[in-house]
Design a protein around this ligand. Structure first.
Ligand code: ZN
Length: 381
C-alpha cells in the first residue's frame, strides 16, 4: 500500500495550509496554542534540536534517556486527544464504537502529517486488539512511537505496547497491541501553567491571520509528512509544548539537577550551529554594533514565531546582553539558546545566568565567559 496522499488547501493570499491555521493560533504572547483548547500549548521545534538534545545528554550521561522521553511524549499525545474530547459532548460514549475508533485512527494519521511528524498509513487495525501502520519519515522513531501508543491508549482506554521495524530507509512498520503492564505513574503529568498575556505583534496575512514570516519560512510537504524550514533546508515539527519539560523534570528527579546544566550545554552547542546555518553572523564586522543588534533581534523574533516565548526586553552593552523572555517554552533550553546565540555572534564563549522574578518570566544575562558575575545569580532557574 502506498503512503496516503493528503492535499492541504492553501490560503489564497499567503499560501499557508488552511487546516493548520484552523487548528492552531499564533498568539501575541510568544506562544502558539490549539484553537480547541486555548491553554494547550503547541511549539515548533527544529528537528536537530530534539536529536542533539537527547543524544548530547545521553553521550554525557553515558546512559539512554529514551524510556523517560517515551513516557513523557506518550502522556502528551494522550492529552492532545483528551483535550479535543473534553469539548465534544457524548465523546466518551462514541469511543466505545469501532467505527469511531477507525475514524480516530485516520484523524491521527492526518494530525501526524500536518504537524510534520511523519506520513503514517494504517495497514491493519482491529479495534481493541492490535494495529499495524507504516510510518514514513518519522521525525524521531522513539518519539513517534510514543505518539502512536499514546493515541491508541486514548482511543481504547488501556495500555499498549509496540514494536518498530525498519522496512526501508526512513520507513518503519509499527505494530501495537494491548499490554499487560500497569498504567505509568502519575508523576509524568504535564504542567499546564497559566500564561502571561502579551503585545508581540506580527505582520499577519489579512486572510488567514498567520504571521507572514511563518508562511514564507515554512513549507508544508504534507505527502512526505515533513515541514521544511526553507531558510536552512532543515526540518521542523509542531509538537505539544510540554514533552521536553516533562522529560527533564523526570530526569532531574532521578539523576539530580546536574541534568539541567547538560541541557543548557547541549542547547548551546546546537544553537551555535543553527545561527551558522541561518547565516546571521556573516554580515557582522568587528565593530558593527548595529548589525550585531539586528542579528540578535532577528533570532529572538524567531522564538516568538515558533511559539517558544515572548522576548519583551533586549539590551546590549560592554559585550553583555540582557534578555527577558515571558512564557519561555523551557527556561533552561532558552538559557542554552541565548548562550549559543551569544557565542556565535560575538565569536567568543559566553556565560549565562538568569533568574525568574515572576512565574513565566525569565531574565537572562550573557557576558564574556570567565568574568565574574555582578549579581552572583545562580544558573539554576
Ligand atoms: Zn493567509
Amino acid at each position: 500500500m502506498a503512503a496516503k496522499n493528503y492535499r492541504l488547501m492553501r490560503c489564497r493570499d499567503c499560501g499557508f495550509p488552511r487546516l493548520v491555521s484552523f487548528a492552531v493560533k499564533w498568539n501575541d504572547n510568544g506562544t502558539i496554542s490549539q484553537r480547541m483548547r486555548k491553554d494547550f500549548r503547541v511549539v515548533i521545534l527544529n528537528h536537530g534540536f530534539i536529536d542533539s538534545l537527547f543524544s548530547g545528554i545521553e553521550a554525557k550521561l553515558g546512559l539512554s534517556i529514551e524510556h523517560i522521553a517515551f513516557e513523557a511524549q506518550r502522556n502528551a499525545s494522550k492529552s492532545v486527544f483528551e483535550s479535543v474530547v473534553a469539548h465534544v459532548p457524548g465523546m466518551d460514549l462514541w469511543r466505545k464504537f469501532s467505527t469511531f475508533k477507525r475514524l480516530g485512527v485516520e484523524q491521527f494519521n492526518k494530525v501526524a502529517c500536518i504537524t510534520g511528524q511523519c506520513n503514517s498509513t494504517t495497514l491493519e487495525y482491529v479495534p481493541g486488539v492490535y494495529g499495524i501502520a507504516r510510518l514514513k519519515n518519522p521525525f524521531h522513531t522513539g518519539m513517534m512511537a510514543a505518539n502512536v501508543v499514546g493515541a491508541f491508549e486514548f482511543l481504547e482506554g488501556f495500555p499498549f505496547e509496540y514494536t518498530l521495524e525498519e522496512e526501508e530507509r526512513d520507513t518503519y512498520i509499527i505494530r501495537i497491541r494491548r499490554s499487560e503492564r500497569p498504567e505509568f505513574a502519575e508523576r509524568m503529568e504535564l504542567d499546564f501553567a497559566p500564561l502571561l498575556p502579551g503585545h508581540h505583534t506580527f505582520e499577519r496575512c489579512p486572510r488567514c491571520r498567520v504571521p507572514l514570516a511563518i508562511a514564507s519560512q515554512l513549507k508544508w510537504m504534507e505527502n512526505d509528512g515533513i515541514i521544511l524550514d526553507t531558510r536552512t533546508a532543515t526540518r521542523v515539527m509542531m509538537l505539544d509544548g510540554y514533552m521536553v519539560s516533562a522529560v527533564f523534570r523526570e530526569l532531574a528527579r532521578e539523576l539530580g539537577d546536574e541534568i539541567y546544566e547538560m541541557m543548557v550545554d547541549a542547547q548551546r552547542e546546537w544553537t551555535v550551529d543553527h545561527v551558522g546555518q541561518l547565516g546571521l553572523m556573516e554580515s557582522i564586522g568587528p565593530l558593527d554594533s548595529r548589525a550585531l543588534e539586528k542579528a540578535y533581534r532577528d533570532y529572538l523574533e524567531g522564538l516568538a514565531l515558533f511559539g517558544q516565548g515572548n522576548p519583551v526586553e533586549f539590551s546590549m552593552s560592554d559585550r553583555t546582553i540582557k534578555v527577558t523572555v515571558e512564557n519561555p517554552y523551557e527556561a533552561h533550553v532558552l538559557a542554552g539558546t541565548l548562550q549559543g546565540l551569544y557565542e556565535a555572534l560575538e565569536k567568543a564563549p559566553g556565560r549565562v545566568t538568569w533568574d525568574e522574578p515572576a512565574p513565566q518570566v525569565a531574565r537572562y544575562t550573557v557576558e564574556p565567559a570567565g568574568e565574574p558575575s555582578g549579581e552572583g545569580a545562580g544558573a539554576g532557574g
